[in-house]
Design a binder for this molecule. Structure first.
Ligand code: NAD
Length: 497
């Protein structure tokens, strides 16, 4: 067990404030039996929750939302203490998350209610419809970097679709999960949402506990382990994994806007954002100007303290990865336009801008998850797209250009789950947009109508309302029927148009 601090009590562990390493609070390390018990309670609650109609679930979800909103300052404090991020960032996280909860609660009925579909000419005697039903119990496993926004992207949509949820947060941020579950208990007597705490072993126990679907958010490495476990019981999985997002700056881009968004996307939350900006491909004609503007913004960043732009690395061991990526980039001929190896402290990392870094170096190929950015030059947007796509990941991407046509073309060609034009992270507060990755960044979608359907199983119904003129579904088909099929087949399907 990756104990954060020894609690002194067997079966529990203590979280620490990443800003100074001081102890925060102790939580149980839930074992397989405890997880199974939670899933058992959830199963009963799921039957009750599914039996409520959409309007009933919406009422409870909106009550929960307003209870969270009224106590948002306390939630922001909890998030801030566990992650080290400034409270103002945590409050923004709460607001964005509630936008999604609100949307999921209000749109579930419209998206998931049973609807008619055309039965087709041959089946004029049938009424066909499709409806979406909850899975039952969804196991949600979350990361620590946005401990409310990220898992709630699964939890809100899973609950709105009629499922019960057992949530296993990151071992670094159990307090946020416990806070959310307590708030649920204030508005609903049934344990439709519960939190279990512990590390990877608790997460693995949840995956193996008989839940009906797993929603995992975390690293690609762990997603592979989770998927292997899911395979044993054929448990469906939605996997939201890491990224190495690229941002393209065309020659006609607004460089001030691009530089501001690069700084926000690369340095915000100390770079601990799955859809943060890790690579920039800029047209060579404007590269020097852009680099100067990004460096200028990086120099204004305040790391730690009362007026911090961002806090420490939440996971202290991440500093070793960041240092290794910077070292590799510099040894292979890249240069540091801002900071360098010396920017990586024990807990805090100052912003680093690396320039002309070889495309096969670690800083370009692997997720750094720190406040660093690589800026490489290209000759065209097409070349930038090609380089942006040459990675194992495909989570987000961005393009800056004054030409709508160039933006649209790049958005079509970029292999990513979400593309922003002239902003970064612009999608995060638009709940109708589905979110998720391709390639090593995962599969399946949270948010939006697709997110609601992700946590539902489609059920098709075909209702025969009168006898068919041409009775094909019988063991006693006549020669006349067969003859009719032989004549109709080329008429129905033989023409190309
Ligand atoms: P992680 O993979 O180390 O852990 C994620 C979760 O999985 C934690 O709760 C952990 O306890 C649990 N876990 C670990 N081993 C497990 C196992 N064998 N079985 C089941 N669960 C297990 O990731 P992290 O360090 O918490 O988060 C950072 C990563 O998450 C980064 O790669 C980041 O890009 C990614 N992330 C992705 C998104 C997204 O939406 N795509 C959002 C936020 C973070």
């Amino acid at each position: 067990m990756t104990l954060l601090a020894d609690s002194g009590t067997p079966g529990t562990y203590t979280t620490v404030d990443p800003r100074d390493g001081s102890a925060i609070e102790s939580y149980p390390v839930d074992d397989a039996a405890a997880v199974r018990a939670a899933v058992g309670r959830a199963r009963e609650a799921a039957a009750w929750w599914a039996a409520q109609d959409h309007a009933g679930r919406k009422r409870v979800l909106l009550r929960w939302k307003s209870a969270i909103a009224r106590d948002a300052a306390s939630l922001a404090q909890t998030i801030s203490r566990e992650t080290g991020k400034p409270e103002s960032d945590a409050l923004l996280e709460v607001m964005l998350t509630l936008t999604h909860l609100d949307w999921a609660a209000k749109n579930a009925e419209g998206v998931l209610k049973r609807r008619k579909v055309h039965a087709g000419l041959m089946n004029y005697n049938q009424k066909a419809s499709v409806g979406y039903e909850p899975y039952g119990v969804v196991g949600v496993i979350g990361p620590w970097n946005y401990p409310f926004y990220t898992p709630m992207g699964s939890i809100s949509y899973a609950l709105a679709a009629g499922n019960a949820v057992v949530f296993k947060p990151s071992e670094l941020t159990p307090g946020t999960a416990v806070w959310i579950a307590r708030k649920w208990a204030e508005v609903c007597d049934e344990p439709v949402l519960q939190a279990v705490t512990g590390d990877g072993a608790t997460g693995a126990a949840l995956v193996s506990s008989g839940v009906d679907k797993v929603a995992f958010t975390g690293s690609t490495r762990t997603a592979k382990k989770v998927m292997a476990l899911c395979a044993l019981s054929l448990t469906p999985l939605v996997a939201e994994c890491g990224g190495k997002d690229a941002l393209i700056v065309a020659a006609d881009a607004d460089l001030d806007a691009a530089a501001s968004f690069i700084a926000f996307g690369a340095f915000g939350n100390a770079g601990q954002t799955c859809v943060g900006v890790e690579r920039v491909y800029v047209d060579k004609t404007v590269a020097d100007a852009l680099i100067a503007k990004v460096v200028e913004r990086g120099e204004r960043v305040r790391v730690g303290g009362e007026t911090a732009t961002y806090g420490p690395m939440t996971l202290p061991s991440q500093t070793a990865v960041i240092a290794a990526h910077i070292g590799d980039a510099l040894e292979r001929g890249g240069t540091a336009a801002l900071g360098g190896r010396e920017s990586v402290g024990e807990r805090f990392v100052e912003p680093v801008v690396l320039v002309d870094v070889p495309e096969d170096s670690d800083a370009v190929r692997h997720e750094t998850f720190g406040p660093t950015v690589v800026i490489n030059t290209v000759s065209s947007v097409d070349e930038a797209v090609q380089r942006a796509n040459a990675t194992d990941y495909g989570l987000g991407a961005a393009v800056f250009t004054r030409s709508a046509a160039t933006g649209r073309r790049a958005a079509k060609q970029l292999r990513a789950g979400v593309v922003t034009i002239n902003s970064v992270l612009g999608f995060a507060g638009i709940p109708a947009l589905p979110f998720g990755g391709v390639k090593g960044s995962g599969f399946g979608r949270i948010h939006g109508a697709d997110g609601l359907r992700e946590f539902s199983t489609p059920k098709s119904v075909a209702h025969q309302t009168s006898k068919a003129a041409l009775n094909l579904l019988t063991l006693e088909r006549s020669h006349k029927d067969d003859h009719m099929v032989a004549r109709m087949l080329p008429m129905l399907h033989g023409r190309a148009k």
